[in-house]
Design a protein around this ligand. Structure first.
Ligand code: GDP
Ligand code: MN
Length: 396
């Protein structure tokens, strides 16, 4: 589950990580009120307004702007709220902005003594350990830094048996070229950041930039946070942080129906039981010259109502030119699945894309007969290759 910047910062704050203070709002009037509150708290009259969408690169897309007085806060909030924000990380049509974070300006006016760093915590899948990845090149796109100046990216791996050790936090501060108060503040920052990542069961905490202010404080100016979905049962309070407006609407609907569905770019919809078979089926589609339009695991109980739900989900994708159903009938008998497919097809009325059904396992022969005699535009296949050939034929 991905979080908004303001939500990530709230979590950071509860673990003692210093952040750029802000208040999230959804109208220009609220933005002005938030700016006044922040001025009372922090003393600064300048504010940054930051679009809250699940995508980075907002600065480049015009989603992060500085306001030097309340009138500007109001105008800029009006411009950002409701806009379609296009950044290097969104699709061409961009993302609609529903909320804006009004934050204290931490790059104090006229000061040049600030530095921006990059710090993230994530899992190194090769070593199976969490690591802190950091760089002096903050505020920039880290992929570009990795490509052009890889020697400016450092890593610190954490031994799960000991957790993060104090010398590691000091090494981070040292490699970032800090000294004195900023050095000390950075060791605190990194330790608290790692604790936040660990205790919240996150799979990513990316802070870019981490700012050293002109008075040597270290704080998080941005926060990209992903919480591991498999750990959400331990964090019931995080569930309400989910913003489904940011998610793929078909995936949200499939999730509500209990289907394991991932939307992809291709043209062949697939309906499969079991994740392994689903992966193999996607390979099969590629081999046949198609591209899978989705990953869809209907699970163990492929009855008529589930099959129908799956059909409906697949057909919401306008790119789908053919559907391949590949079901192994072990516990659920193939003839039952076949009947389910036929019933669902009839219930749905018009389906204008060809359907290829491969049913293998218990009563596969009866299932094939049912499909072949149904009088519907559904082709049966028994072997994997046969299914692939039929997909290829309908795409040609
Ligand atoms: P991103 O573009 O989506 O990664 O959004 P960020 O939160 O990283 O903001 C983009 C850029 O806005 C940062 O790299 C900063 O340079 C700038 N920025 C953020 N906060 C402030 C601020 O308080 N004052 C000023 N002047 N600039 C800021
Ligand atoms: Mn950023």
């Amino acid at each position: 589950m991905n979080l908004h910047e303001y939500q990530g910062k709230e979590i950071l704050s509860t673990f003692g990580v210093k952040i750029q203070k802000g208040i999230v709002v959804s109208s220009p009037e609220e933005a002005v009120a938030a700016a006044k509150t922040l001025t009372e708290e922090t003393g600064t009259g300048w504010h940054v307004l930051k679009a809250q969408v699940h995508a980075g690169g907002r600065g480049k897309g015009g989603g992060v702007k500085l306001a030097k007085n309340l009138a500007e806060v109001e105008t800029i909030a009006g411009q950002i709220i409701g806009m379609q924000l296009i950044t290097p990380q969104t699709s061409a049509e961009g993302k609609k902005v529903h909320q804006v974070l009004v934050a204290e300006d931490v790059y104090y006016p006229g000061e040049t003594e600030t530095s921006e760093f990059y710090i993230s915590v994530l899992l190194n899948r090769t070593t199976g350990r969490n690591m802190i990845m950091y760089s002096t090149e903050g505020g920039m796109d880290i992929e570009t830094v990795a490509e052009e100046t890889p020697h400016l990216i450092f890593t610190e791996e954490i031994d799960p048996a000991t957790g993060m050790l104090p010398f590691q936090a000091r090494r981070v501060a040292f490699n970032l070229g800090l000294s004195g108060a900023a050095f000390k503040d950075m060791t605190k920052f990194v330790s608290a950041l790692y604790k936040a990542y660990d205790k919240s069961d996150a799979s990513l905490f990316e802070i870019n930039p981490v700012l050293k202010t002109s008075d040597n404080k270290i704080l998080a100016v941005d926060a990209k946070v992903t919480i591991d979905d498999n750990a959400l049962f331990r964090h019931k309070d995080y569930l309400e942080l989910r913003d489904i407006r940011e998610e793929n609407p078909i995936e949200v609907e499939a999730d509500a129906l209990g289907l394991n569905y991932v939307d992809l770019e291709g043209n062949v919809g697939c309906m499969v039981n079991g994740a392994g078979l689903a992966m193999a089926t996607m390979d099969l589609i590629k081999q046949a010259g198609g591209e899978p339009a989705n990953f869809l695991d209907v699970g163990g109980t492929a009855d008529a109502s589930r099959v129908e739900a799956a059909f409906q989900i697949i057909l919401k994708d306008p790119e789908v030119k053919a559907i391949l159903i590949n079901i192994f009938g072990g516990i659920v008998r193939c003839d039952r699945v076949a009947q389910g497919v036929i019933d669902a097809y009839k219930n749905m009325g018009t389906i204008n894309v060809p359907i290829i059904v491969r049913l293998q396992g218990t009563n596969a022969d009866i299932a094939k007969e049912l499909i072949d005699n149904s009088g519907l535009d559904v082709q049966s296949a028994v072997e994997f290759q046969e299914a692939a050939d039929k997909v290829q034929a309908v795409l040609a």
